[in-house]
Design a protein around this ligand. Structure first.
Ligand code: FES
Ligand code: FE2
Length: 356
C-alpha cells in the first residue's frame, strides 16, 4: 500500500548513463533513460509490440529502441517508428513525469495530470560549498514501511549497530514525538556521554578531540511519502549540543529516501550530508563506507522481519512508546492513501494495522 500521487526517488543521476535503466516502482515496471539533450524520461518497461522489456534495448540518438525487433519508443509513450511497419495504430504505453534534481531522478508514479514539480523536496545541502554528501542504494526485500519504523525509532542502534553508533544511553533517554501536519518528528538528546566509535571518528575527521564527554542528538523528521532526514551529531559537552558553535561539534544529516518497489520490497537511497570539513574527499569516502556498513546491518533484520510477517500475517504486534514515530508516520501515509482512493472514487481503504 503506497501513495502514487507523489514524488519518489527513482535512481541517482549517475545511475543513468547512455543505457536504459529498468526499475520497478510502486509495482509498476518503468524504464528510465536520457532522451535528446540528456533530459531524463520514463515510460512503462513494456514494448507495445510483443511485451519485451524496453530496458533490454538501447538509447540511439536520444531515442529508446526495443532490443527485440527495433521499435522506436517516444518519451510520451507513443511509438515513433518500427523497421518495415506502420506504427500509427500502435497503442500508447504509459509515460511518467520525471525530474532530475539534487543528484537524483524523481518520478511521479500516479496521475500525471497532478504532478506538481514544486512538490519535490528542496535538498538545501546539494552542491552547497559548506556541505559534503556521500550515499548509496540498497535493494531490500521488505515493506518500505518497515524502514520507516526503523528510522523513526533509533533505539535499535544499541543492538543492531552496537559496534558503531549504538550505546546504552539511547535506551535510557526517552524520545519525544511531535506531529505537525504531514511532518512527524522524533527527537532524542543525550548529554555528557562518551561518543560511540562512529562519532569519535567523525570528531577526528573534523580535527576535534574525541576523548572528552559529548552531547549527542538525533532528530528524525518524516515527510511524505517516505522521506526521512535525521539531524545527527555530537558536540563537546556543555557547549550547547546541537546549537553548539561549529568549532565544537560535528553536525550531519542522515538522508533516507525510501521508494517502494513492490508490497514487500523497496529501494533504499541512503546517504549522509555533513557540514564539517566538506572538502575532505577521503573523509567523505570513509564516512560513506562506515554508513554503508551500518545500514547493511539493518538490511538483514528487515528482510527477516518481513519474512516473519509474510509467514504469520495475522499475528498481532505490539506498539510501545518507542514506536510512536513510526506509528504517526504510518498514519500520515494512510491519510494520503485514503485521500487518493476517495479522489479516484474507490472510497476509503480498509483500516490498516499500523503495526503490521
Ligand atoms: S517486442 Fe519490442 S519490437 Fe518486438
Ligand atoms: Fe539502523
Amino acid at each position: 500500500m503506497f501513495p502514487k500521487n507523489t514524488w519518489y526517488v527513482a535512481c541517482s543521476a549517475d545511475e543513468l548513463t547512455d543505457r536504459p535503466l529498468g526499475r520497478k516502482i510502486c509495482n509498476e515496471p518503468m524504464v528510465f533513460y536520457r532522451a535528446a539533450g540528456g533530459v531524463v524520461a520514463a515510460v512503462e518497461d513494456f514494448c507495445p509490440h510483443r511485451g519485451a522489456p524496453l530496458s533490454l534495448g538501447r538509447v540511439c540518438d536520444g531515442q529508446l529502441v526495443c532490443g527485440y525487433h527495433g521499435l522506436v519508443m517516444g518519451c510520451d509513450g507513443k511509438t515513433v517508428s518500427m523497421p518495415g511497419q506502420r506504427v500509427g495504430g500502435f497503442p500508447a504505453i504509459k509515460s511518467y513525469p520525471v525530474e532530475e534534481r539534487y543528484g537524483f531522478v524523481w518520478v511521479w508514479p500516479g496521475d500525471a495530470a497532478l504532478a506538481d514539480r514544486a512538490l519535490i523536496p528542496h535538498l538545501h545541502w546539494h552542491d552547497h560549498p559548506e556541505w559534503a554528501y556521500g550515499g548509496g542504494l540498497y535493494h531490500i526485500k521488505a515493506d518500505y514501511r518497515l524502514m520507516v519504523d526503523n528510522l523513526m525509532d533509533l533505539t535499535h542502534e544499541t543492538y543492531v549497530h552496537a559496534s558503531s553508533i549504538g550505546q546504552k544511553e539511547i535506551d535510557e533517554v526517552p524520545c519525544k514525538t511531535t506531529v505537525n501536519g504531514q511532518e512527524v518528528v522524533t527527537s532524542r538528546f543525550m548529554e555528557n556521554i562518551e561518543a560511540p566509535p562512529f562519532w569519535k571518528a567523525a570528531l577526528r575527521g573534523n580535527h576535534l578531540a574525541d576523548d572528552v564527554p559529548v552531547d549527542r542528538w538525533q532528530i528524525c523528521r518524516f515527510t511524505p511519502p517516505s522521506h526521512i532526514i535525521i539531524e545527527v551529531g555530537v558536540a563537546h559537552a556543555g557547549h550547547g549540543g546541537v546549537n553548539a558553535p561549529d568549532t565544537h561539534k560535528v553536525y550531519a544529516l542522515v538522508t533516507d529516501f525510501i521508494t517502494p518497489e513492490t508490497d514487500t520490497s523497496m529501494w533504499y537511497f541512503w546517504g549522509m550530508a555533513r557540514r564539517f570539513n566538506p572538502t575532505d574527499a577521503a573523509l567523505t569516502a570513509q564516512i560513506r563506507e562506515g554508513q554503508g556498513k551500518i545500514f547493511s546491518e539493518d538490511l538483514e533484520m528487515l528482510e527477516r522481519q518481513q519474512a516473519n510477517h509474510s509467514a504469520f500475517p495475522d499475528r498481532r504486534l505490539l506498539k510501545l512508546n518507542i514506536d510512536s514515530g513510526g506509528v504517526q508516520s504510518r498514519r500520515v501515509i494512510e491519510r494520503m492513501l485514503a485521500a487518493e482512493q476517495a479522489a479516484s472514487g474507490r472510497g476509503a481503504p480498509a483500516n490498516e494495522e499500523v503495526s503490521a
